[in-house]
Design a protein around this ligand. Structure first.
Ligand code: SF4
Length: 378
Protein backbone atom coordinates (compact mmCIF):
# COMPACT_ATOMS: atom_id res chain seq x y z
CA UNK A 1 0.00 0.00 0.00
CA UNK A 2 2.27 2.85 -1.18
CA UNK A 3 1.56 6.19 0.48
CA UNK A 4 2.27 9.88 0.17
CA UNK A 5 2.84 12.27 3.07
CA UNK A 6 3.20 16.03 3.06
CA UNK A 7 4.33 18.07 6.04
CA UNK A 8 2.76 21.53 6.28
CA UNK A 9 5.28 23.28 8.54
CA UNK A 10 3.18 26.12 9.97
CA UNK A 11 1.26 26.54 13.22
CA UNK A 12 -0.57 29.52 14.65
CA UNK A 13 1.15 28.90 17.99
CA UNK A 14 3.30 26.06 19.33
CA UNK A 15 1.70 23.76 21.88
CA UNK A 16 3.88 23.20 24.97
CA UNK A 17 4.36 19.47 24.42
CA UNK A 18 4.97 19.40 20.68
CA UNK A 19 8.25 18.37 19.09
CA UNK A 20 7.01 18.21 15.50
CA UNK A 21 8.75 20.70 13.26
CA UNK A 22 6.74 23.87 12.58
CA UNK A 23 7.09 27.64 12.76
CA UNK A 24 4.58 30.11 14.21
CA UNK A 25 3.96 32.14 11.07
CA UNK A 26 2.64 31.57 7.58
CA UNK A 27 4.82 34.32 6.09
CA UNK A 28 6.84 31.71 4.14
CA UNK A 29 3.77 29.97 2.75
CA UNK A 30 4.26 31.09 -0.87
CA UNK A 31 7.95 30.12 -0.94
CA UNK A 32 7.03 26.81 0.69
CA UNK A 33 4.38 26.09 -1.94
CA UNK A 34 6.84 26.87 -4.75
CA UNK A 35 9.45 24.57 -3.20
CA UNK A 36 6.93 21.82 -2.54
CA UNK A 37 5.77 21.93 -6.14
CA UNK A 38 9.40 21.48 -7.25
CA UNK A 39 10.06 18.66 -4.78
CA UNK A 40 6.95 16.76 -5.88
CA UNK A 41 7.83 17.13 -9.58
CA UNK A 42 11.41 15.91 -8.92
CA UNK A 43 10.11 12.79 -7.16
CA UNK A 44 7.75 11.81 -9.98
CA UNK A 45 10.15 9.26 -11.55
CA UNK A 46 10.40 7.32 -8.24
CA UNK A 47 6.65 6.79 -8.29
CA UNK A 48 6.42 5.68 -11.91
CA UNK A 49 4.28 2.57 -12.32
CA UNK A 50 3.00 2.87 -8.73
CA UNK A 51 -0.53 3.77 -7.77
CA UNK A 52 -0.80 5.40 -4.37
CA UNK A 53 -3.44 4.36 -1.87
CA UNK A 54 -3.19 7.18 0.64
CA UNK A 55 -2.21 10.82 0.85
CA UNK A 56 -1.82 12.42 4.27
CA UNK A 57 -1.54 16.14 5.03
CA UNK A 58 0.20 16.37 8.40
CA UNK A 59 2.19 18.96 10.22
CA UNK A 60 2.24 21.50 11.61
CA UNK A 61 -1.28 22.63 10.89
CA UNK A 62 -2.47 21.69 7.40
CA UNK A 63 -5.81 23.36 8.08
CA UNK A 64 -3.98 26.71 7.89
CA UNK A 65 -3.93 26.13 4.12
CA UNK A 66 -6.41 28.24 2.19
CA UNK A 67 -8.43 26.06 -0.20
CA UNK A 68 -6.63 27.57 -3.23
CA UNK A 69 -3.31 26.57 -1.62
CA UNK A 70 -4.53 23.03 -1.03
CA UNK A 71 -5.78 22.95 -4.61
CA UNK A 72 -2.31 23.86 -5.85
CA UNK A 73 -0.71 21.03 -3.83
CA UNK A 74 -3.32 18.51 -4.99
CA UNK A 75 -2.70 19.53 -8.57
CA UNK A 76 1.06 18.95 -8.13
CA UNK A 77 0.50 15.50 -6.60
CA UNK A 78 -1.98 14.47 -9.26
CA UNK A 79 0.25 15.53 -12.11
CA UNK A 80 3.32 13.73 -10.66
CA UNK A 81 1.74 10.53 -9.32
CA UNK A 82 -1.11 8.15 -9.91
CA UNK A 83 -3.38 8.48 -6.87
CA UNK A 84 -6.14 5.90 -6.81
CA UNK A 85 -9.70 7.13 -7.27
CA UNK A 86 -10.65 5.64 -3.91
CA UNK A 87 -7.46 6.71 -2.10
CA UNK A 88 -7.77 7.79 1.52
CA UNK A 89 -6.90 11.49 1.63
CA UNK A 90 -6.54 12.79 5.18
CA UNK A 91 -6.03 16.33 6.37
CA UNK A 92 -5.07 17.08 9.97
CA UNK A 93 -7.39 19.78 11.20
CA UNK A 94 -7.01 22.17 14.10
CA UNK A 95 -10.43 23.29 15.43
CA UNK A 96 -9.09 26.84 15.85
CA UNK A 97 -8.55 27.28 12.10
CA UNK A 98 -11.73 26.14 10.38
CA UNK A 99 -14.88 27.58 8.86
CA UNK A 100 -17.81 25.76 7.22
CA UNK A 101 -16.81 26.99 3.75
CA UNK A 102 -13.18 25.95 4.19
CA UNK A 103 -14.05 22.39 5.15
CA UNK A 104 -16.52 22.11 2.26
CA UNK A 105 -13.79 23.30 -0.12
CA UNK A 106 -11.28 20.80 1.29
CA UNK A 107 -13.72 17.97 0.67
CA UNK A 108 -14.48 19.17 -2.84
CA UNK A 109 -10.73 19.03 -3.56
CA UNK A 110 -10.64 15.33 -2.69
CA UNK A 111 -10.00 15.24 1.06
CA UNK A 112 -12.18 12.43 2.43
CA UNK A 113 -10.90 12.05 5.98
CA UNK A 114 -10.46 14.77 8.60
CA UNK A 115 -8.26 14.07 11.59
CA UNK A 116 -9.23 16.66 14.18
CA UNK A 117 -6.74 17.57 16.91
CA UNK A 118 -8.94 18.06 19.96
CA UNK A 119 -6.73 16.71 22.78
CA UNK A 120 -9.14 17.60 25.61
CA UNK A 121 -12.59 18.94 26.41
CA UNK A 122 -11.38 20.48 29.67
CA UNK A 123 -10.71 24.22 29.33
CA UNK A 124 -7.91 24.21 31.93
CA UNK A 125 -6.19 21.31 30.19
CA UNK A 126 -6.50 23.00 26.79
CA UNK A 127 -4.96 26.18 28.21
CA UNK A 128 -2.15 24.20 29.87
CA UNK A 129 -1.37 22.41 26.58
CA UNK A 130 -1.28 25.73 24.73
CA UNK A 131 -4.00 24.80 22.26
CA UNK A 132 -5.45 27.67 20.21
CA UNK A 133 -9.07 26.47 20.53
CA UNK A 134 -11.51 25.92 23.37
CA UNK A 135 -13.70 22.89 24.04
CA UNK A 136 -16.73 24.44 22.31
CA UNK A 137 -14.77 25.06 19.10
CA UNK A 138 -13.47 21.49 19.21
CA UNK A 139 -16.99 20.05 19.40
CA UNK A 140 -18.24 22.48 16.73
CA UNK A 141 -15.42 21.41 14.41
CA UNK A 142 -16.66 17.80 14.42
CA UNK A 143 -20.18 19.05 13.61
CA UNK A 144 -18.85 21.27 10.80
CA UNK A 145 -16.93 18.31 9.36
CA UNK A 146 -20.14 16.25 9.28
CA UNK A 147 -22.18 19.15 7.87
CA UNK A 148 -19.59 19.57 5.13
CA UNK A 149 -20.20 15.93 4.18
CA UNK A 150 -17.14 14.26 5.73
CA UNK A 151 -17.91 10.59 6.29
CA UNK A 152 -14.63 9.69 7.97
CA UNK A 153 -13.83 11.77 11.04
CA UNK A 154 -11.03 10.98 13.45
CA UNK A 155 -10.30 12.81 16.69
CA UNK A 156 -6.99 13.02 18.54
CA UNK A 157 -7.10 13.07 22.33
CA UNK A 158 -4.44 13.25 24.99
CA UNK A 159 -4.45 11.66 28.45
CA UNK A 160 -2.17 11.44 31.46
CA UNK A 161 -1.79 15.17 31.75
CA UNK A 162 -0.06 16.23 34.97
CA UNK A 163 -2.42 15.55 37.88
CA UNK A 164 -5.25 14.40 35.60
CA UNK A 165 -7.75 12.20 37.44
CA UNK A 166 -9.55 9.22 35.95
CA UNK A 167 -12.81 11.19 36.18
CA UNK A 168 -11.37 14.12 34.22
CA UNK A 169 -10.07 11.86 31.45
CA UNK A 170 -13.33 9.94 31.29
CA UNK A 171 -15.25 13.21 30.87
CA UNK A 172 -13.08 14.16 27.88
CA UNK A 173 -13.37 10.71 26.37
CA UNK A 174 -17.13 10.52 26.81
CA UNK A 175 -17.61 14.00 25.31
CA UNK A 176 -15.54 12.89 22.34
CA UNK A 177 -17.54 9.66 21.94
CA UNK A 178 -20.81 11.60 22.14
CA UNK A 179 -19.74 13.32 18.90
CA UNK A 180 -19.70 9.89 17.22
CA UNK A 181 -16.28 9.97 15.58
CA UNK A 182 -15.30 7.09 13.31
CA UNK A 183 -11.81 6.87 14.70
CA UNK A 184 -10.06 7.97 17.89
CA UNK A 185 -6.34 8.30 18.55
CA UNK A 186 -5.65 8.60 22.28
CA UNK A 187 -2.04 9.39 23.18
CA UNK A 188 -0.50 9.71 26.61
CA UNK A 189 1.28 13.01 27.12
CA UNK A 190 5.00 12.47 26.58
CA UNK A 191 7.55 14.98 27.83
CA UNK A 192 9.67 15.38 24.70
CA UNK A 193 13.15 16.90 24.91
CA UNK A 194 13.57 20.57 24.03
CA UNK A 195 9.92 21.47 24.42
CA UNK A 196 8.48 24.12 26.74
CA UNK A 197 6.93 21.24 28.70
CA UNK A 198 10.35 19.65 29.26
CA UNK A 199 11.62 22.99 30.55
CA UNK A 200 8.61 23.30 32.88
CA UNK A 201 9.37 19.81 34.21
CA UNK A 202 13.07 20.55 34.78
CA UNK A 203 12.16 23.79 36.55
CA UNK A 204 9.85 21.67 38.74
CA UNK A 205 6.84 23.75 37.72
CA UNK A 206 5.09 20.59 36.56
CA UNK A 207 5.38 16.94 37.58
CA UNK A 208 4.64 14.29 34.97
CA UNK A 209 2.02 11.74 35.93
CA UNK A 210 3.48 8.66 37.64
CA UNK A 211 3.80 5.63 35.34
CA UNK A 212 1.22 3.65 37.35
CA UNK A 213 -1.36 6.44 36.94
CA UNK A 214 -0.68 6.55 33.21
CA UNK A 215 -1.04 2.77 32.95
CA UNK A 216 -4.37 2.80 34.73
CA UNK A 217 -5.69 5.61 32.49
CA UNK A 218 -4.60 3.59 29.46
CA UNK A 219 -6.35 0.50 30.79
CA UNK A 220 -9.53 2.50 31.37
CA UNK A 221 -9.28 3.94 27.84
CA UNK A 222 -9.10 0.46 26.32
CA UNK A 223 -12.14 -0.69 28.35
CA UNK A 224 -14.25 2.34 27.44
CA UNK A 225 -13.35 2.21 23.76
CA UNK A 226 -14.17 -1.46 23.57
CA UNK A 227 -17.52 -0.84 25.30
CA UNK A 228 -18.21 1.88 22.73
CA UNK A 229 -17.73 -0.65 19.89
CA UNK A 230 -14.30 0.44 18.65
CA UNK A 231 -11.59 -1.95 17.46
CA UNK A 232 -8.29 -1.37 19.21
CA UNK A 233 -5.99 -1.96 16.26
CA UNK A 234 -2.84 -0.15 17.33
CA UNK A 235 -1.41 0.90 20.71
CA UNK A 236 -3.09 4.34 20.56
CA UNK A 237 -5.66 3.88 17.78
CA UNK A 238 -9.30 2.82 17.91
CA UNK A 239 -11.64 2.53 14.93
CA UNK A 240 -15.25 1.73 14.24
CA UNK A 241 -15.34 -1.29 11.95
CA UNK A 242 -14.21 -0.22 8.48
CA UNK A 243 -12.58 3.01 9.65
CA UNK A 244 -8.99 2.07 10.45
CA UNK A 245 -6.52 4.68 9.23
CA UNK A 246 -5.20 3.24 5.97
CA UNK A 247 -2.31 5.67 5.92
CA UNK A 248 -1.05 4.82 9.40
CA UNK A 249 -1.73 1.13 8.81
CA UNK A 250 0.57 1.40 5.78
CA UNK A 251 3.37 2.72 8.03
CA UNK A 252 2.78 -0.04 10.56
CA UNK A 253 2.85 -2.72 7.87
CA UNK A 254 6.18 -1.37 6.59
CA UNK A 255 4.79 -0.18 3.26
CA UNK A 256 6.66 2.28 1.05
CA UNK A 257 5.97 5.97 1.44
CA UNK A 258 7.27 9.20 -0.03
CA UNK A 259 7.34 12.23 2.26
CA UNK A 260 7.43 15.88 1.17
CA UNK A 261 8.08 19.15 2.98
CA UNK A 262 10.49 20.15 5.74
CA UNK A 263 11.32 17.32 8.20
CA UNK A 264 9.36 14.73 6.17
CA UNK A 265 10.75 11.18 6.07
CA UNK A 266 10.51 8.63 3.26
CA UNK A 267 10.94 4.86 3.07
CA UNK A 268 11.18 3.33 -0.37
CA UNK A 269 12.20 0.06 -1.97
CA UNK A 270 13.65 1.04 -5.34
CA UNK A 271 13.23 -2.52 -6.72
CA UNK A 272 15.73 -4.31 -8.99
CA UNK A 273 17.16 -6.05 -5.91
CA UNK A 274 18.48 -2.77 -4.50
CA UNK A 275 18.27 -2.29 -0.71
CA UNK A 276 15.42 -0.25 0.78
CA UNK A 277 16.21 3.41 1.36
CA UNK A 278 15.21 5.85 4.04
CA UNK A 279 15.75 9.59 3.84
CA UNK A 280 14.71 12.75 5.67
CA UNK A 281 14.31 16.36 4.66
CA UNK A 282 15.88 19.27 6.48
CA UNK A 283 13.68 20.43 9.39
CA UNK A 284 13.78 24.13 8.46
CA UNK A 285 11.42 25.88 6.04
CA UNK A 286 13.87 28.47 4.78
CA UNK A 287 16.66 25.94 4.10
CA UNK A 288 14.12 23.61 2.48
CA UNK A 289 12.95 26.41 0.17
CA UNK A 290 16.48 27.67 -0.59
CA UNK A 291 17.83 24.27 -1.54
CA UNK A 292 14.97 23.55 -3.93
CA UNK A 293 15.04 27.05 -5.42
CA UNK A 294 18.75 26.62 -6.20
CA UNK A 295 18.17 23.27 -7.91
CA UNK A 296 19.49 21.26 -4.96
CA UNK A 297 18.00 18.67 -2.64
CA UNK A 298 16.35 19.25 0.77
CA UNK A 299 17.48 15.79 1.95
CA UNK A 300 19.81 15.84 4.97
CA UNK A 301 19.88 12.14 5.83
CA UNK A 302 19.86 9.16 3.51
CA UNK A 303 20.61 5.56 4.42
CA UNK A 304 20.27 2.06 3.10
CA UNK A 305 18.13 0.03 5.47
CA UNK A 306 19.99 -3.13 6.47
CA UNK A 307 18.28 -6.53 6.82
CA UNK A 308 18.72 -6.32 10.63
CA UNK A 309 17.03 -2.90 10.67
CA UNK A 310 14.24 -4.21 8.45
CA UNK A 311 13.70 -7.14 10.79
CA UNK A 312 13.64 -4.96 13.91
CA UNK A 313 11.32 -2.42 12.36
CA UNK A 314 8.92 -5.13 11.34
CA UNK A 315 8.94 -6.45 14.91
CA UNK A 316 8.46 -3.03 16.45
CA UNK A 317 5.75 -1.89 14.02
CA UNK A 318 3.96 -5.26 14.07
CA UNK A 319 3.85 -5.48 17.85
CA UNK A 320 2.23 -2.09 18.15
CA UNK A 321 -0.40 -2.89 15.53
CA UNK A 322 -1.79 -6.00 13.90
CA UNK A 323 0.96 -8.42 14.90
CA UNK A 324 4.31 -9.84 13.82
CA UNK A 325 4.41 -12.61 11.25
CA UNK A 326 7.02 -14.74 13.03
CA UNK A 327 7.05 -17.38 10.34
CA UNK A 328 7.59 -14.89 7.53
CA UNK A 329 10.20 -13.05 9.58
CA UNK A 330 12.01 -16.31 10.34
CA UNK A 331 12.05 -17.29 6.64
CA UNK A 332 13.27 -13.88 5.54
CA UNK A 333 15.73 -12.91 8.27
CA UNK A 334 16.27 -16.04 10.41
CA UNK A 335 14.82 -15.23 13.83
CA UNK A 336 16.97 -16.50 16.78
CA UNK A 337 15.44 -19.41 18.74
CA UNK A 338 15.34 -17.44 21.99
CA UNK A 339 12.96 -14.90 20.35
CA UNK A 340 10.56 -17.72 19.54
CA UNK A 341 10.83 -18.89 23.14
CA UNK A 342 10.09 -15.34 24.28
CA UNK A 343 7.02 -15.26 22.01
CA UNK A 344 5.82 -18.46 23.70
CA UNK A 345 6.38 -16.93 27.14
CA UNK A 346 4.37 -13.84 26.16
CA UNK A 347 1.48 -16.05 25.09
CA UNK A 348 1.65 -18.04 28.37
CA UNK A 349 1.66 -14.76 30.25
CA UNK A 350 -1.47 -13.45 28.50
CA UNK A 351 0.47 -10.58 26.91
CA UNK A 352 0.08 -11.95 23.38
CA UNK A 353 -1.76 -14.46 21.24
CA UNK A 354 -0.29 -16.56 18.47
CA UNK A 355 -2.56 -17.05 15.46
CA UNK A 356 -1.30 -18.85 12.35
CA UNK A 357 2.29 -17.88 13.05
CA UNK A 358 1.44 -14.24 13.81
CA UNK A 359 2.18 -12.91 17.29
CA UNK A 360 -0.29 -10.22 18.33
CA UNK A 361 -0.27 -8.32 21.61
CA UNK A 362 -3.32 -8.35 23.85
CA UNK A 363 -4.49 -5.30 25.80
CA UNK A 364 -2.14 -6.41 28.59
CA UNK A 365 0.71 -6.70 26.07
CA UNK A 366 0.00 -3.26 24.58
CA UNK A 367 0.67 -1.79 28.03
CA UNK A 368 4.20 -3.20 27.84
CA UNK A 369 4.66 -2.78 24.10
CA UNK A 370 7.99 -0.87 24.12
CA UNK A 371 9.50 -3.23 26.68
CA UNK A 372 8.39 -6.31 24.73
CA UNK A 373 9.64 -4.86 21.43
CA UNK A 374 13.05 -4.15 22.98
CA UNK A 375 13.30 -7.80 24.06
CA UNK A 376 12.08 -9.20 20.74
CA UNK A 377 14.33 -7.15 18.46
CA UNK A 378 17.48 -8.79 17.12
S1 SF4 B 1 -0.94 22.48 16.52
FE1 SF4 B 1 -0.11 20.37 16.30
S2 SF4 B 1 1.82 20.57 15.18
FE2 SF4 B 1 1.23 22.63 15.89
S3 SF4 B 1 2.34 22.89 17.80
FE3 SF4 B 1 0.29 22.09 18.34
S4 SF4 B 1 0.53 19.87 18.37
FE4 SF4 B 1 2.33 20.70 17.31
Amino acid sequence: MPSLYVHIPFCQRKCVYCDFYSIETVSLMDSFLDALETEIALAAPAGEGVSFDTLFFGGGTPSLLAPRELERIMRSFRSAFVIREDAEITLETNPGTVSPGKLRDYLSLGVNRLSIGIQSFDENELRFLGRIHDAGEAARCVGLARDAGCRNVSVDLMYSLPGQTEGEWERTLSKALALRPDHVSAYSLIVEDDTPLARMVSAKLVSPNPVEAEASLYERTMELMEEAGFEHYEVSSYARPGFRSLHNSAYWSHADYLGFGPSAHSFWRPGNGEPPLRWANVPAVSRYCDSLRKGGSPVTMREEVTPAQMCNERIFLGLRSSGVDLRGLGDEFGLPADRLALAGALVDDGAAVLEGGTLRLTARGYMLCDEIAARMMV
